[in-house]
Design a protein around this ligand. Structure first.
Ligand code: C2E
Ligand code: MG
Ligand code: MG
Length: 580
């Protein structure tokens, strides 16, 4: 309040003169109105901070003026002091119920008038401060709410619409009764490798670059949202028929044909797409997203860079996946998992050097089930962690039994899945198994794939070092099927490299794979790694491998994976495990 404005409403101009005289040295701005109507009409002009109101007036009396002013929202908080000659309790009660804030009886006394005016103006000032503060607070809340809404509806990193925004738009699209549109769910293939190899900052830059490239496929009204991580979703409106849809999908897939340039690195990326098509039906937005996600999952199973359009059959395969997961859980409690052992042969001496333990599921109805069928499912559910430890323990126990029988030079290789490798309890679990079985860790080899390493390179270095400090050996399994770079291997303390059987298969003399295997073996030797060829099936393959200087081999040519008693019967019945 700069200069307080005081409005005096009285039909007697003399009364105003008296008040004016009493308040003259207080620095107020005084205004006069001779009646209620006039006062109400001039409120905007006077903008009073306080009103002194006479009760007895011709026409509209003071009570009514008071009620009317208090009924106007803008002026209701302006204090009103009623000046009256009526002093009975009843009259005063009436003043209060009309909305008056204070009253004074006539004749007016200077000191009293000054004190009451000051007190009311002080209240008025405090009220205004509170009102200003609450307006400011309200503005801040509104601004923050708008920011939060924007955050919920927009992905901060790529600036694309968010998951929540997409769901909102989908439900609006259904509401609008639009009959034909498509939802395309896009997931980058093996994005984790980028994070593992280049770090998260580069990974984020790559996601931004991908988002920018994908936006080029949007037609007016279409939406591209980031659903989370490396997943994006298109809402495509202008889909009239399947050929139009397929053209759109192809062009989205083609955006991955060229490398992305991120921080001076050229990074190639591919993506898998799942499509849910809507034709004249009303669905829940989440359901539609789920369908597109299911289709995307199916596309992934078919390999990188492919797409799949959702159909009802996929629900059934999802269902059978769930059944498999339940079955596996039961198999664990019923102890239906057992191990077979496949010999690994020293190619120069033709002697048995050790075994790879391979899990088998003895299904009560289906018989022996191959790990290729159930390991992926155990990976996704996490069941591989407890089952993997049972496998490790059983393999170590078996090795210990054979060592006690005198086969002291044999090693045991055990597969570790990606999920196990990233389990925080891995080292303590391994230590427990070593302690419980009492084996010499130097005869244990753990097989991991390249992706287990590349998913989180820093962690992998620490983990492989920790395993080596226990004298456990590390083998890279299925080499050539994943990241396939020997360049990074020197960063990890790895001992053995297993060449994937797809190369061994095609290794006939002077073929392309012959040269690939040649290179792998030469470089491995330079890195001090021992090489094991997987899937040796023919004498020709063996010959080529020996020529290339490959040290060890494993495959049907020597033996299929066998139960422990079979191994004992075939190999340990002789005095020496020598192959003929
Ligand atoms: P892997 O670790 O590369 O194991 C070698 C696979 O190649 C085994 O298949 C083996 O039976 C098969 N194999 C061996 N020699 C030949 C051959 O000459 N020709 C052909 N065509 N195949 C041959 P299997 O036992 O079906 O296991 C498949 C994969 O499942 C394994 O590949 C491994 O990745 C995984 N796996 C098996 N057992 C375990 C386990 O105990 N734990 C984990 N985490 N994964 C396992
Ligand atoms: Mg293996
Ligand atoms: Mg392998």
């Amino acid at each position: 309040m700069t200069i307080p404005s005081v409005l005096i409403i009285d039909d007697e101009p003399d009364n105003f003169d008296v008040i004016e005289a009493f308040l003259s040295d207080q620095g107020y701005q005084l205004h006069y109105a001779a009646g209620g109507q006039e006062a109400i009409a001039a409120l905007e002009t006077f903008a009073p901070d306080l009103i002194l109101l006479d009760v007895m007036m011709p026409g509209m009396d003071g009570m009514e003026v008071c009620q009317r002013i208090k009924a106007i929202p803008k002026w209701e908080a302006v204090p009103i002091i009623v000046i009256t000659a009526l002093t009975s309790k009843k009259d005063l009660a009436q003043c209060i119920s009309a909305g008056a804030d204070d009253f004074m009886s006539k004749p007016i006394n200077r000191l009293e008038l000054n004190a009451r005016v000051r007190s009311m103006l002080r209240i008025r000032q405090q009220y205004q401060q509170i009102a200003a503060f609450s307006t400011q607070l309200e503005a801040q809340v509104q601004q923050r709410t708008a920011q939060l809404e924007a955050m919920v509806l927009q992905d901060a990193m790529t600036q694309l619409p968010s998951h929540a925004f997409l769901l909102q738009k989908l439900s609006e699209t259904f509401e609008s009764g639009q009959s034909s549109f498509a939802l395309v769910y896009l997931d980058c293939d093996q994005f984790k490798l980028v994070n593992g190899a280049f770090g998260h900052a580069v990974g984020n830059q790559l996601l931004i670059a991908i988002a920018q490239r994908l936006q080029q496929h949007l037609l007016p009204g279409d939406i591209l949202a980031r659903i989370g991580g490396d997943e994006f979703c298109f809402l495509l409106h202008q889909i009239k028929d399947t050929p139009t849809l397929e053209r759109s999908i192809q062009s989205i897939l083609q955006s991955f044909n060229n490398a992305f340039l991120v921080e001076n690195c050229e990074i190639f990326m591919s993506a898998s797409l799942g499509v849910a098509l809507v034709k004249d039906e009303k669905r829940q937005p989440e359901e539609l997203l789920q369908d597109a996600d299911t289709a995307m999952y199916q596309a992934k199973l078919r390999g990188k860079g492919s797409y799949q359009i959702f159909d009802r059959q996929m629900h059934l395969s999802m269902l059978s996946r769930l059944t498999l997961e339940n079955d596996l859980q039961r198999a664990l409690t019923q102890q239906e998992f057992m191990l077979h052992y496949q010999p690994i042969i020293d190619l120069q001496t033709k002697t048995l050097s050790g075994f790879e333990a391979l899990v088998r599921w003895q299904h009560p109805v289906r018989g022996m089930v191959s790990p290729a069928e159930f390991i992926p499912s155990m990976e996704t559910t996490g069941l591989i962690v407890p089952v993997g430890m049972l496998i490790l323990k059983q393999a170590c126990q078996q090795l210990q039994i054979w060592r006690q029988q005198g086969w002291t030079e044999l090693s045991m290789s055990v597969n570790l899945s990606v999920r196990q490798f990233s389990s925080p309890t891995l080292l303590s679990d391994i230590d427990r198994v070593l302690a419980e079985t009492g084996i010499d860790p130097a005869y244990l080899k753990l097989e991991i794939t390249e992706s287990a390493i590349m998913d989180n390179a820093e962690m992998a270095i620490a983990l492989t070092q920790a395993l080596q400090s226990r004298h456990i050996q590390i083998s890279i399994d299925d080499f050539g099927t994943g990241y396939s770079s020997l360049g990074y291997l020197h960063r990890f303390p790895v001992n053995n490299l297993k060449i994937d059987r797809s190369f061994v298969n095609q290794i006939q003399l002077e073929s392309r794979d012959y040269h690939v295997v040649d290179t792998i073996i030469t470089l491995s030797k330079q890195l001090g790694l021992l090489v094991i060829a997987e899937g040796v099936e023919t004498a020709q393959q063996l010959e080529a491998l020996k020529q290339l200087g490959c040290e060890f081999g494993q495959g049907y040519l020597f033996s299929r994976p066998l139960a422990a008693n079979e191994i004992e019967r075939i190999y340990f019945s002789q005095r020496e495990a020598v192959l003929t």
